[in-house]
Design a protein. Structure first.
Length: 101
């Protein structure tokens, strides 16, 4: 799937982190990553680091949100809004693999 294609994520979209492209290392509660194709470094905060960990295996977006709600004791609406805002950024950075339906 091309990164130029607008991607809409819904609860049934199955995603996984793109481990073949990124090297990741924990630095305290945060994660530092290197894009092996471009050589660029990225840093993600502790919440995004937890999300990255959950994406080790294929997971539905709805399941990811439910798990994050339980981890952070936050409302589903707030969590969904945050995840919905972050996933397209991850996709744009080639951090996600989206499985075909």
């Amino acid at each position: 799937m091309s990164t130029s294609t607008p991607q809409v994520f819904n609860a049934d979209t199955i995603i996984q982190r793109n481990e073949s492209r990124f090297l990741a290392s924990q630095l305290g509660a945060e994660t530092v990553m290197m894009d092996m194709d471009s050589g660029d470094y990225l840093g993600i905060n502790s919440v995004a680091s937890d999300m990255w960990a959950l994406l080790q295996e294929p997971i539905k977006v709805g399941t990811l949100i439910k798990t994050m709600v339980e981890m952070y004791d936050v409302s589903e609406e707030i969590c969904r809004a945050e995840v919905d805002a972050f996933l397209p950024k991850m996709f744009a950075q080639n951090m996600l693999i989206i499985q075909a339906a």
